[in-house]
Design a protein around this ligand. Structure first.
Ligand SMILES: Cc1ncc(COP(=O)(O)O)c(C=O)c1O
Length: 469
């Protein structure tokens, strides 16, 4: 019998939870008016690929929490590993010259799983801090090398790298940069997003790729190769709309970075830990060897907060030699937290034992092929993705690719329909984004496709009734 079977949902007063939540919990990306009017959906339990709200309604969570519940929720083994570590030692300081066994073991394991000479690991609390750590590490490295001017960073429009001050400034989603917040602007530059669906009409894939590569090289030359320290890139844009760059883009951008002594930071917070069928996608899927990989999310499958910045021996040797006598004043009280590291180690063990990487290599293409069947619908402009990352883009006019007006919030309109049918998809303006747990099976994939089709059709009826179609 599972924990859900014995859970008494009648103990929850959903309205009261929603009210107290609204009064006291400031949510990430909270839309003030919407929370005030509608409140938030309280989730009370989770098991496998399913989540349950406080009234006991079950949903297939095709978002995988937030790209993270890779091995599925509610696993006793994970609970036991976490509880066991809490009992043995819930905390130990990682500072200066103390360590703990799960942290040292995990860092060693990550060095083994990561490509090339990525042999060193800074541990932190999540994806944003993994990116922040990379950013500060790069500064330290360049200063150690005597390259004090080489601090500028290039990233891309539509990228998402987190929400600390630095990681949000590196990110390039226009909607995430409202003027009420401030950003680092003088040393962070954004080039355009390699989204072929939104390319100028008639441009060939080869010309599109060449233009995108030229743009990176031109930007490095414009800022000055002696000033550009690093290029930050997600192998597949996640929150920016599951954009898979054209074939050759990763290798091409990497070669340009090599040419100009620019470090390549691959943000694998989403693409790592099996989402594309490999521990990391940079080398295995896209054939390049970054200098730094940032990881989080699937690293613990969401059971504990944890981030990892995995960086090269080249960087490490440089900072440890040239940094001789200096102190690397970066890290957190919870760097290498033993409970989080124990959760990551158990998560990796489960992924290995259950062969989840080959499973994703099998189910991922099935998911993508089935999802593509939605392309016959009148308002579906593009269906794209790779592995277990996917997105459906809705348009008002398929030929011109004209979007619906943003106020219509079409993605949310459809995701509300999906909610009512027991399916969670993530609305982002005119998109529905999906990243189901890696344990998903074919029957569950079929449920996602059928339910999403029904939700889109219902929304199209609504749109017609309201004169929007
Ligand atoms: C690619 C990428 N990088 C970084 C982050 C930030 O991770 P976190 O929210 O754990 O700080 C995210 C979160 O969605 C992400 O998708």
């Amino acid at each position: 019998m599972s924990a859900i079977d014995t859970l008494d949902f009648t103990q929850y007063d959903t309205q009261a939870i929603s009210d107290t939540d609204r009064d006291h919990f400031l949510h990430p990306w909270q839309v003030f008016d919407a929370i005030a009017e509608e409140g938030a959906l309280p989730i009370a339990a989770a098991e496998g690929a399913y989540i349950y709200d406080s009234d006991g309604n079950r949903y297939l969570d095709a978002v995988g929490g937030l790209w993270c519940t890779n091995i599925g929720m509610g696993r006793d083994e994970m609970a036991d590993a976490i509880a066991g570590q809490v009992r043995q030692m819930a905390y130990a300081s990682p500072f200066v010259d103390m360590t703990n066994i799960p942290a040292a073991t995990l860092a060693t394991k990550l060095a083994e799983l990561a490509p090339g000479d990525l042999n060193h690991v800074a541990l932190s609390c999540g994806g944003s801090t993994a990116i922040d750590t990379a950013y500060r590490l790069i500064h330290f490295y360049q200063n150690c090398r005597g390259k004090q001017d080489k601090k500028h960073v290039i990233s891309r429009v539509n990228s998402y790298h987190g929400s600390t001050y630095a990681s949000m400034s590196i990110g390039g989603k226009p909607g995430d940069h409202p003027p009420e917040f401030d950003y680092i602007q003088d040393t962070i530059h954004h080039i355009s997003c390699p989204n072929y669906y939104r390319a100028d009409a008639g441009i060939s894939a080869a010309d599109f790729l060449a233009a995108k590569l030229r743009e990176l090289e031109d930007k490095i030359l414009e800022v000055g190769a002696d000033k550009v320290a690093a290029f930050f890139a997600e192998p597949v844009f996640g929150a920016g709309g599951v954009i898979v760059p054209p074939q050759g883009y990763h290798r091409g951008t990497w070669e340009i970075c090599q040419k100009y002594d620019v470090l390549y930071v691959s943000d694998e917070v989403v693409t790592g830990f099996g989402r594309l069928g490999h521990w990391f996608a940079s080398k295995e899927v896209f054939d390049f060897e970054p200098d730094i990989i940032c990881s989080a999310k699937g690293l613990t499958s969401g059971y504990q907060p944890l981030g990892a910045t995995i960086y090269s021996s080249k960087i490490h040797n440089m900072i440890s030699e040239l940094g001789h006598g200096r102190c690397f004043t970066h890290g957190f009280t919870y760097s290498g937290h033993p409970v989080a590291c124990a959760a990551a180690l158990k998560n990796i063990e489960i992924m290995e034992r259950e062969q989840l990487l080959p499973h994703v290599q099998d189910i991922g293409p099935y998911f993508q092929t089935q999802l593509k069947t939605l392309a016959d619908l009148h308002i579906v402009g593009d269906v794209r993705g790779i592995g277990l990352m996917a997105c459906v883009e809705f348009v008002k006019d398929k030929t011109s690719k004209a979007p619906f007006s943003e106020e219509l919030d079409i993605g949310k309109w459809i995701s509300n329909q999906a909610d009512s049918r027991g399916l969670i998809v993530r609305p982002i303006v005119n998109l529905n984004v999906m990243s189901p747990p890696l344990i998903i099976n074919r029957e569950q994939v079929d449920f996602i496709i059928t339910t999403l089709r029904g939700s889109i059709l219902a929304c199209m009826d609504d749109l017609k009734q309201h004169g929007h179609l």
